[in-house]
Design a protein around this ligand. Structure first.
Ligand SMILES: [Zn+2]
Length: 572
């Protein structure tokens, strides 16, 4: 790792000041920003299709025709299909003669011959559908020489986003004369849950495996009404294939930004593959491809050209540094003050408050701002400045509207605590949760907050020095001389003998006021009682401690007319 600023590098052992190569700044937005995708394919190059799909002229939806160049309607009159191609629909390869390719057909002439014929018509077919959906390893290998994707059939026709499919056998849902609109609507409903539905049709109101013009119109309109991305087989297929390449691409720092380069996953990808992406670290900078600026969309995503195979982000150098200086411990870390660029936020939601200028989610809530719109595996890092080594109690203020409790982890080096944020039914009701104890070394170090469950808001993380225990808001008891010492306020096992250090740690600041102090020994016996003018607990302690023997004491302290008091354990 490379350091531009030596002083920063020396100061932070874990928070990296400058990153030279970093992984995965580009994340593809699934299905072009839709909840899922739907592709309607029509096989065999039939005029019943071109005659009865004219309603598509009034829609944005684009479909795919797999044509045979040597048999059926397309071979004698290709013009009706070519007219559809001019309007943005896809013509794909369905071979020359519609032979079963697994039964000894000449693969080169059947596949390559059709591809050449289409090319001579000005059509670069990037996809193929095997006749009878018949393929084996040899057939797939032959298709792969000429096309980046092949359609098969036989299953439910749904392909997911996260796992790379067999590009030479993308499944489709085969419409037959006995099929029902209801069952295909069911497939489209499933697609709306994050999948790609591919439908295989043949004749429309004629020929074979007939679907009526009304039924295919109903299904395409249903897909649109579900906000599915209705696009051609190659368009969705290339988008999906590009995602598996670009999301793994690494970035290299430049003098004033970074570049990302990748290679095409296949020699026969479409010439243009527009890709909607999030680019981490691009906020406030200029994104360009081949020297041409790419402006962000209104939601902060960018629509880039995957086939440019590179992208450049320029502006201020990427520098990880504390947002408002290192966070002093003991103290409170405001979650929204993560170090610059030191986060991973997977969703598309960005700062809705304007507090930070990057693309992490920040909301108003709790004590001002809080992290919001989080998802599982998001993380945020902070530079701590631990004033003295020791054990610290970690208290987290968070909220979740999830129906069950949701988990977060706080880690410093190899030490970590994990806890659950209880659900209060909405994202505005925050709870303080004691997460456990972390033993911290003195000095500067990085803390990572990891979100383990979707949708948790985090307001702050407080570090309380365990060598000085205190409990707040203890109800004032009667003026009884003995203090009821409960198990939770057992005497402190102070690890420090430095009187001043301990006193400083209990500096409960407030305006100067008359406060009532009662000092007890560890047997609960009242040893001193006084009202003093003080601005903090430590000031009050300094005023009442004279005359006491050296040792450990408990002081009940608070404004004389207040119900709430604090109990502080001290050492003289
Ligand atoms: Zn066919």
């Amino acid at each position: 790792m490379e350091c531009l600023k030596a002083s920063l590098c020396a100061a932070f052992s874990l928070a990296v000041s400058t990153v030279s190569v970093f992984a995965g700044p580009i994340t593809t937005v699934p299905w072009n920003g839709h909840p899922g995708a739907a592709t309607f394919t029509f096989d065999d190059g039939l005029h019943s299709q071109t005659n009865n799909l004219t309603f598509l002229d009034n829609m944005d939806a684009k479909v795919t025709f797999f044509v045979c160049t040597g048999t059926m309607d397309f071979s004698t009159n290709s013009q009706p299909h070519l007219n559809y191609a001019k309007k943005g629909h896809e013509i794909g390869n369905h071979t020359v003669n519609h032979k079963n390719l697994t039964q000894g057909a000449d693969l080169n002439s059947e596949i390559g011959g059709a591809a050449s014929k289409l090319r001579s018509m000005g059509l670069e077919a990037t996809s193929l559908a095997t006749p009878y959906c018949a393929q084996n390893a040899t057939v797939k290998n032959a298709i792969n020489q000429e096309h980046f994707i092949n359609r098969g059939c036989g299953g439910g026709g749904l392909t997911g986003w996260d796992n790379e499919p067999d590009w030479m056998q993308i499944d489709s849902h085969y419409w037959q004369a006995s099929s029902s609109v209801a069952s295909f609507k069911g497939s489209l409903d499933q697609a709306a849950g994050g999948k790609w539905h591919v439908q295989l049709n043949h004749g429309v109101a004629g020929n074979w495996d007939v679907i009526s013009a009304a039924d295919i119109k109903t299904l395409i309109e249903y897909a649109v009404s579900k906000n599915l991305w209705v696009a051609t087989f190659s368009t969705v297929g290339a988008y999906l294939r590009a995602h598996f390449t670009i999301d793994k691409a690494t970035a290299t720092n430049t003098a004033n930004g970074f570049t990302v380069k990748w290679t095409s996953p296949h020699a026969h990808m479409p010439k243009s593959v527009p890709l909607r992406v999030k680019i981490q670290g691009a906020q406030g900078k200029t994104v360009s491809q081949k020297g041409k600026e790419v402006k962000p969309n209104s939601d902060g995503t960018y629509t880039i050209e995957f086939m440019a195979l590179e992208l450049e982000v320029s502006g201020e150098p990427i520098e990880v540094k504390p947002f408002k200086g290192a966070i002093e411990i003991p103290g409170t870390l405001e979650a929204e003050n993560y170090d610059t660029y030191a986060y991973s936020d997977a969703d598309g939601k960005s700062d809705e408050t304007g507090y930070r200028s990057d693309d992490a989610g920040i909301v108003t809530g709790g004590s001002g701002y809080a992290l919001g719109y989080t998802s599982a595996d998001d993380y945020f890092e902070y530079t701590l400045d631990v004033k003295s080594a020791g054990k610290y109690k970690v208290v987290i203020n968070g909220a979740t509207g999830n129906s069950t409790a949701s988990s977060v982890t706080v880690s410093v080096g190899d030490k970590k605590v994990q806890t659950e944020i209880p659900s209060k039914g909405d994202w505005n009701t925050y709870s303080e949760v004691e997460a456990g104890e972390l033993e911290l070394a003195a000095g500067k170090q990085a803390l990572r907050l990891t979100i383990n469950t979707n949708y948790i808001n985090i307001d702050w993380i407080k570090f309380v020095d365990e060598s000085v225990q205190s409990s707040s808001s203890v109800p004032q008891s009667s003026s009884s001389a003995t203090l009821p010492v409960s198990s939770s306020s057992a005497p402190a096992q102070s690890s420090s003998s430095a009187t001043n250090a301990i006193v400083q740690k209990i500096a409960f600041e407030h305006g100067s006021a008359m406060v009532r102090c009662q000092v007890f020994d560890l047997n609960g016996q009242l040893v001193k009682s006084a009202n003093v003018m003080a601005g903090s607990a430590s000031e009050a302690w300094n005023l009442v401690k004279s005359g006491l023997r050296n040792g450990a004491y408990i002081m009940r302290y608070g404004e004389a007319n207040h119900n709430a008091m604090r109990i502080v354990q001290l050492r003289k």
